[in-house]
Design a protein around this ligand. Sequence first.
Ligand SMILES: *Cc1c(COP(=O)(O)O)cnc(C)c1O
Length: 389
Amino acid sequence: MSSITEIIHSVPVDELTGSISVPVYQTSTFVQEKPGVNKGYDYARSGNPTRKALEDVVARLEGGHSAYAFATGLAAIDAVAKLLKAGDEIVAVDDIYGGAYRLFTHVYQKLGINIRYVDTTDVANVVDAVTDKTKLIWIESPTNPTLKVSDIEQIAHVAKANNALLVVDNTFASPISQNPIALGADIVIHSATKYLGGHSDLVAGLVVTKTAELGERIQFIQNASGGILGPWDCFLVIRGIETIELRVRRQCENAQVVAEYLASHPEVDRVHYPGLASHKNHAIAARQQNGLFGGVVSFSLKEDTEEQAEQFVTQTSYFKLAESLGGVKSLICQPSKMTHASVPREKRLASGVQDSLIRLSCGIERGEDLIEDLKHAFTSIKTKETTTV
Ligand SMILES: *Cc1c(COP(=O)(O)O)cnc(C)c1O
């Protein structure tokens, strides 16, 4: 990644007016001098200057050749899946984002694309799963919601040796913490709904490619399928990116203190956070995440029931009960009843999503205030226990 100074100053000043912020080009078409002679833009699905400014800054953030903006993170994932044809295979991380699982299994499998899900935290599993039909290896690191970490560099070697592309959904780490292209990935995906936007006020997605050739293929799909991000939302994501380094650093600091507090709490069973030395792949995370372990922490309770977790998540006041993550305001959710409600209980438990699992997305509030908020929730579940006994 370029320095944050270069990133902020790479966002262009408007040539026509000197506007220091990127204008919102709210238009569908661009007037031509003669048929086919234009100023670089002809129709807004194919290209828009506000979108181009966003795409360029995200390519720079991830150290890629080019980037393409889509209406949502899932539209970005969908565009990458469209690189494949019937008979091709994807080897994917087993606790892949639920929406990607739904898209692969219920849309692409029907079209003849086979998907194998494996635990990619152990590279040997990836080596075993790859066949000569494998075209994409698809990972997330850290994963949702149990923050499993995979070794991107090692998996990139496996991809290369097998003529497959490595795709990394980098949403949870953010480009401030981790740049998969520098570690050997071919394609990076972001749900810009999360850290890039950073204010819980939009949905958006980005695909970043390592090479010009892959960029052209994604651009073709972007124009052919049309799932683009509108200019107003492009403007908002650019504005979010201008403060991303400050936000993510604070969010990671908050998550670290929250994880340490939870790890020492007598009512807590397990804490999942790559910044804790007890995390299975802490050393890999330390190496590939630039010392920034992310803003999401999850934990389960000693009394491992959905009721106990439900009681907890309704007792916080700064941590708002909502799905999503990455915004300036902290969020809390109960995966078994919210984000992972559609996953069968057995499968959920197998991937570590216990009944009482609680996921926190730390915002940019003061760390002490977040701890106080959690203390209050612990006190109220205890009070409830003693009054009902
Ligand atoms: C949220 C999310 C997505 C999907 O993004 P949307 O913008 O909601 O479509 C994909 N991957 C990960 C890891 C996510 O957290």
